[in-house]
Design a protein around this ligand. Structure first.
Ligand SMILES: Cc1cc2nc3c(=O)[nH]c(=O)nc-3n(C[C@H](O)[C@H](O)[C@H](O)COP(=O)(O)OP(=O)(O)OC[C@H]3O[C@@H](n4cnc5c(N)ncnc54)[C@H](O)[C@@H]3O)c2cc1C
Length: 389
């Protein structure tokens, strides 16, 4: 073995990469862990900045429990479905909105404090040497965690296909001024081009993160430039919140089964295509998968993929299968209308949908049957309604 061998090299310093670095050091405190990012921190990342309570719990598992406690908890969530059903309710556990410029830099700093070496470096090449991996011809590692985001070069380098268009969304985010006491996270879904929605997530400092996203095939079907469509629809749905600093990025949505990696390279976060297809939330899944990948990389370096796959299956398997099935049903906007209408009447259903949309929740069969029954009833009702006008 080479003398300059790293136990783990993590590529990408977003939530997945920092979680991997922290997870590796916690699983094996003496491990030599190198975290690479093509940018210096703090750096911006197009995101809604919404960090669910579930994500905050993951931070505790990574040894940084109070990392975002200085940001105001957002206790209420309002959702308007594509057909106009509305629910406004208190969430069981509050979410927070933390600009990624702050959140990611804090996580990287925490990793550095825990003994992780952090360097600015853009990875372009990878060579599998059997018992280790060499990056860019100069960095050798027993295992690599690829956490380089939605357009992952590492994913390409190990021969894994990119996220297919039908599982990829494009979203734009900006910042707008709001009253400092606005504490409602607002989501307005849109029937035109469904699945598509706009959001306003107040930070608590007089600004809100606002944005709009839709699936790539639906965006292309408009026949208009993506920028014009996304910016236009954001302004249309939230006309009272003019946005600045607009910035867009892809979202690789989970197809139900994550691709864990190959050989000694593990994919985590967006590089593994782990964004919730119902909500576009990805930070929680980036933190979970990053931690699991970091642990597998140091505890099973010779053959980390099976250990990592088992960890993912245990933590997220049922949830990912659930969101896959629901995302198929949700292709019909009527299904979401029925789910939101049910959540408006039954607080326990609201809580459960929040768990599915933001965490690792699953849907009990009786609830799925109740929503499906309402959906079918509404659909049949619409078909029977006389055509007027
Ligand atoms: C507009 C928008 C809104 C969103 N809103 C939310 C939300 O409100 N809540 C939520 O939970 N999720 C949201 N998401 C999803 C969320 O942003 C992602 O799921 C999350 O950032 C994934 O984290 P990651 O660490 O996998 O990747 P990233 O955060 O993308 O980090 C990847 C890192 O890798 C680095 N990198 C890339 N290539 C290389 C290379 N070759 N070498 C070295 N470094 C490299 C990049 O510089 C970057 O720092 C949103 C996404 C978008 C686009």
């Amino acid at each position: 073995m080479r003398a300059d061998m790293w136990d783990v090299v993590v590529v990408g310093g977003g939530p997945a990469g920092s979680a991997a670095a922290l997870g590796a050091r916690r699983a094996r405190p003496g491990a030599r862990v190198l975290l690479l990012d093509r940018e210096d921190f703090p750096r911006d990342k197009a995101c809604g900045d919404g960090i669910a309570a579930h994500g905050a719990e993951e931070l505790a598992l990574l040894g940084v429990p109070g990392l975002i406690d200085d940001y105001r908890p957002a206790g209420r969530l309002e959702v308007i479905s594509p057909g106009g059903a509305r629910v406004l309710a208190s969430v069981a556990r509050p979410n927070r909105v933390v600009p990624r410029m702050v959140f990611d830099a804090r996580l990287v700093a925490a990793a550095r404090e825990q003994g992780v070496e952090v360097r600015r470096h853009r990875v372009r090449a990878l060579a599998d040497r059997g018992d280790h991996v060499v990056l860019d011809g100069v960095l050798a590692a027993r295992a690599v965690v690829a956490a380089d985001g939605a357009n992952s070069a590492m994913r390409r380098l190990i021969g894994a296909p990119p996220s297919p268009d039908r599982h990829t969304a494009l979203a734009v985010r900006g910042y707008a001024d709001v009253p400092a006491d606005d504490d409602v996270q607002f989501i307005a879904m849109q029937r035109e081009g469904w699945p598509a929605y706009a959001w306003s997530f107040p930070i608590g400092d007089g600004r809100a993160n606002v944005g709009y996203g839709m699936l790539l095939p639906r965006l292309r079907a408009t026949g208009r430039p993506g920028r014009e469509v996304l910016h236009g629809r954001l302004a249309e749905l939230l006309p009272h919140l003019p946005a600045r600093d607009l910035r867009a990025h892809h979202l690789p949505l989970s197809p139900g089964r994550p691709r864990p990696g190959a050989g000694r390279v593990l994919l985590a976060g967006d590089a593994a295509g782990l964004i919730n297809p119902l909500t576009g939330e990805g930070i929680y899944y980036a933190l979970v998968s990053g931690r699991l990948a970091g642990e597998a990389a140091v505890l099973a370096a010779a053959d980390p993929v099976p250990a990592y796959r088992r960890g993912l299956r245990r933590s997220l398997g049922r949830h990912l299968r659930t969101t896959d099935v629901l995302a198929r049903a949700a292709q019909s906007p009527g299904f979401i209308d029925a789910a939101v209408a049910t959540a408006a009447r039954r607080p326990e259903v609201f809580d459960l949908l929040v768990d599915v949309g933001l965490g690792a929740g699953t849907v009990p069969a009786p609830l799925a049957a109740a929503v499906a029954a309402r959906w079918l009833r509404d659909t049949a009702g619409r078909r029977r309604a006389p055509v007027t006008g």
